[in-house]
Design a protein around this ligand. Structure first.
Ligand code: AMP
Length: 215
C-alpha cells in the first residue's frame, strides 16, 4: 500500500507516519529528514537546500524530484511506502504520478491532517529533537525523562531552527499557498481522507487505519 500524508508543518504527519510504519511495515520516506541528513553531512544537495530550509521556504522542486526519484527506487519501497512531507507542490505531485506510472505503481490513499495555525505554534514552539537518533519530544506534552537529554540515545536535544515561531508562521503560509491546493488535486481522484490533526496521536492513528481499511 502506498500512502501520502498531507498536512501543515506540525499537523502530526511525522508522528502518524511512525505509528503507521510500525502497524503496516511500510517504508517511511520523510523528505524533511532526508534533507536534514544531507545538510548535516554537507552534501551538494544539503548545501543547496540549507538556506531555503532555515527560512521556512520550500526547497526547489527540481532538487526534491531528483531526490525522490532515487529514493523510490530503493528495495524497501517494493512493499509499499508512506510519503511524509512530499509532494508539497502541484508540480511535485504531477512528477510523482509520472514516476509511479513508469514503475507500474500508484498512490492508494492520501491522508490529509487538518489543523489550525494556533495549535501548530503551540506544538512547534515546544518541540525538541535529537540530532543523533531523530527522536522528537515536546517540552510540555511529551518531555524527556531528563531535561534536554534524549531518552533513547542520551544525546542532547535541540530546537530546530525552522521550529521558531516566526519561521513556523512563514512555513504555515507557504503550506497554505503551495501545498494546500493538493487537497483538491487528490480529492478529484477520490483518494483523499481528511482527519482532524488536533486530536491525540492514538485517536489520529485509529482514524487513519479506518481510512486505509475503507480505501
Ligand atoms: P519538514 O520536516 O517536512 O517540515 O521539512 C522541513 C523543510 O524541508 C521544509 O520547511 C522545506 O524547506 C524542506 N522540504 C521538505 N520536504 C520538502 C518538499 N517536498 N518540497 C520542498 N521542500 C521540502
Amino acid at each position: 500500500m502506498n500512502i501520502i500524508l498531507l498536512g501543515a508543518p506540525g499537523s502530526g504527519k511525522g508522528t502518524l507516519a511512525k505509528k503507521l510504519v510500525a502497524a503496516k511495515k511500510l517504508a517511511h520516506i520523510s523528505t524533511g529528514d532526508l534533507l536534514r541528513a544531507a545538510v548535516k553531512t554537507g552534501t551538494i544537495l544539503g548545501k543547496k537546500a540549507k538556506d531555503f530550509m532555515d527560512s521556512g521556504k520550500l526547497v526547489p522542486d527540481s532538487l526534491i524530484i531528483d531526490l525522490m526519484a532515487e529514493r523510490l527506487q530503493k528495495p524497501d519501497c517494493q512493499n509499499g511506502f508512506i510519503l511524509d512531507g512530499f509532494p508539497r507542490t502541484v508540480l511535485q505531485a504531477e512528477s510523482l504520478q509520472e514516476l509511479l506510472k513508469k514503475n507500474k505503481k500508484d498512490i492508494d490513499v492520501v491522508i490529509h491532517l487538518e489543523i489550525g495555525i494556533e495549535i501548530v505554534i503551540e506544538r512547534m514552539a515546544g518541540r525538541i529533537s535529537c540530532s543523533k537518533c531523530g527522536a522528537v519530544y515536546h517540552k510540555k506534552n511529551m518531555p524527556p525523562q531528563k531535561e534536554n537529554v534524549c531518552d533513547t540515545c542520551g544525546h542532547e536535544l535541540y530546537q530546530r531552527d525552522d521550529d521558531k515561531e516566526e519561521t513556523v508562521r512563514n512555513r504555515f503560509n507557504v503550506y497554505l499557498e503551495q501545498t494546500a491546493p493538493l487537497i483538491a488535486f487528490y480529492q478529484k481522484s477520490g483518494k483523499a481522507s481528511t482527519i482532524d490533526g488536533s486530536i491525540d496521536p492514538e485517536a489520529t492513528l485509529a482514524k487513519a487505519l479506518a481510512a486505509l481499511k475503507s480505501s
